[in-house]
Design a protein around this ligand. Structure first.
Ligand SMILES: Cc1cc2nc3c(=O)[nH]c(=O)nc-3n(C[C@H](O)[C@H](O)[C@H](O)COP(=O)(O)OP(=O)(O)OC[C@H]3O[C@@H](n4cnc5c(N)ncnc54)[C@H](O)[C@@H]3O)c2cc1C
Length: 420
């Protein structure tokens, strides 16, 4: 199918069906039935099996007509692709549609106090209770963005301690609203509380909610992580509702306000390179030769990062496998963010330290300084990205793999969770 055929067909369908007076769920159900909610998904699962480039044409048309599109967030961008790749038909049947309609929201329960970079060293345990066919889960998760309002969690837990660490992990779809799950928000140094610690005390998850095979969770987790970068792009691109009036639009606005709450400070964590020149001019620091040199260095780096991201996107649209641009892009993002913090401080001087209304740009510069460190940690730290680039792109010798072949039970652990 050509782009223009898709454009014509989706446009005709939207013109005949878009009705802002429907409830959000009613409208999303119609969209799901039409195959236009997720046009790149298989036909059997609400899609039209279109390539990514044609999927973008559908999004453009939904935006052009001012209709509400599918939800943005980890359900659509992380969970659904993982389920499509690894989930049983029963799970797809049960979980995909409420993701498409926005009725189910999700969070990611991967990191733990003792395992972030070394995710495969996780110690949350799940044991099968054969009487009920349910796994009983005990342990602690950390950094879980949006867990405080998620209905399901993508949970990684250890189900076998007698095999090497990568082979004893299982991936579950865990219901969050149950007595065994306690979610506590964590306050960050920039004042927001976007992520949580999640305590699992005899939480229960049915065997049918295993994604993939028991013990094969590491492979399934890698599928989720491969989509993580796209989630931030999707949130940036679609984290806003259409203008106009109507029940579906109002409900979408409320949904997006909830979704975006934990991400409010994300523009600041990226460093706000867009403010650099404006601030240099405003403060008169644009005439200082040292400041000018630093501004130009930073803007050149930011432009190179932008072009690398465009190359990565073009490759994705052409259906090419992800290349080194992904890891380079992540490193670029953290270099740009750190550079911004430095140059904003150079421009604002000690005023940059002022918080709230007293600070430059009503505290935005101060918020940048306190938010930038997150870019070098979230989604894989800078050091881990450098390991990936050196090993997979440059072919340098591997980071020493310590005791990866030993049964996990016998491996020394960075334990703050239950000792086994
Ligand atoms: C904003 C934000 C949102 C997040 N959201 C989520 C979420 O929703 N769900 C979730 O599960 N997690 C989430 N995380 C967690 C994130 O994935 C982890 O913080 C990250 O993987 C690092 O793990 P860690 O914090 O345990 O640090 P550690 O792994 O303990 O690392 C500590 C330091 O040691 C270095 N280091 C570790 N191993 C190596 C190595 N082999 N070589 C060289 N240096 C090394 C690291 O680079 C780092 O500097 C989020 C984090 C942030 C900042």
């Amino acid at each position: 199918m050509e782009a223009e055929d898709v454009r014509r067909e989706v446009r005709a369908w939207l013109e005949a069906n878009w009705n802002p007076d429907l409830s959000l769920v009613e409208w999303r159900n119609k969209l799901a039935d039409s195959g236009w909610a997720a046009p790149t998904w298989p036909e059997r699962w609400y899609g039209r099996a279109l390539p990514v480039a044609l999927g973008d044409v559908v999004s453009e048309e939904i935006e052009r007509i001012g209709a509400v599109g599918p939800p943005t967030g980890s359900g659509m961008t992380l969970v659904a692709p993982t389920l499509l790749e690894h989930g049983s038909d029963e799970l797809k049947q049960r979980l995909l549609r409420p993701i498409l309609t926005g009725e189910h929201t999700w969070c990611q329960l991967f990191s733990e106090p003792g395992s972030g970079s070394d995710l495969a060293g996780l110690t949350t345990r799940a044991e099968l209770d054969t009487a009920t066919d349910e796994y009983v889960v005990n342990g602690q998760k950390l950094w879980s963005t949006s867990a405080h309002h998620a209905m399901y969690g993508m949970l990684l837990a250890r189900t076998n301690w007698d095999v090497p660490k990568h082979r004893g992990i299982t991936y579950f779809a865990l219901e969050m609203h149950q007595p065994g799950v306690v979610v506590r928000p964590l306050r960050q140094m920039n004042g927001y509380a976007s992520f949580n610690e999640v305590f699992l005390n005899d939480a229960r998850v049915h065997r049918l909610n295993v994604v993939g095979e028991a013990g094969n969770g590491w492979t399934v987790a890698l599928a989720t992580l491969a989509h993580e970068r796209r989630m931030f792009d999707a949130i940036q691109a679609r984290g806003r509702s259409p203008k106009g009036k109507g029940r579906a639009i109002d409900e979408n606005r409320a949904e997006i306000a909830d979704l975006m709450e934990p991400y409010k400070w994300y523009p600041q964590r990226a460093g706000r390179v867009d403010l650099i020149v404006e601030r240099a001019v405003q403060t008169g620091r644009n005439t200082d030769p040292v400041v000018r040199q630093e501004v130009v260095k930073l803007l050149s780096l930011a432009r190179a990062a932008q072009w690398t991201a465009q190359r990565a996107k073009a490759a994705r649209v052409l259906g090419k496998p992800p290349g080194p641009e992904g890891s380079l892009g992540k490193l670029y993002a953290s270099q740009v963010a750190k550079g911004c913090a430095r140059v904003h401080t150079l421009i604002s001087g000690t005023d940059a330290l002022l918080h709230g209304a007293d600070g430059p740009l009503e505290g935005t510069i101060g918020e940048i300084l306190l938010s930038v460190p997150a870019v070098s940690i979230a989604g894989g730290t800078d050091e881990i990205q450098r390991n990936i680039v050196s090993e997979r792109v440059l072919g340098l010798p591997k980071d020493p793999a310590i005791e990866v072949d030993k049964p996990f039970r016998d491996v020394p652990k960075n334990l703050s969770g239950p000792r086994r």
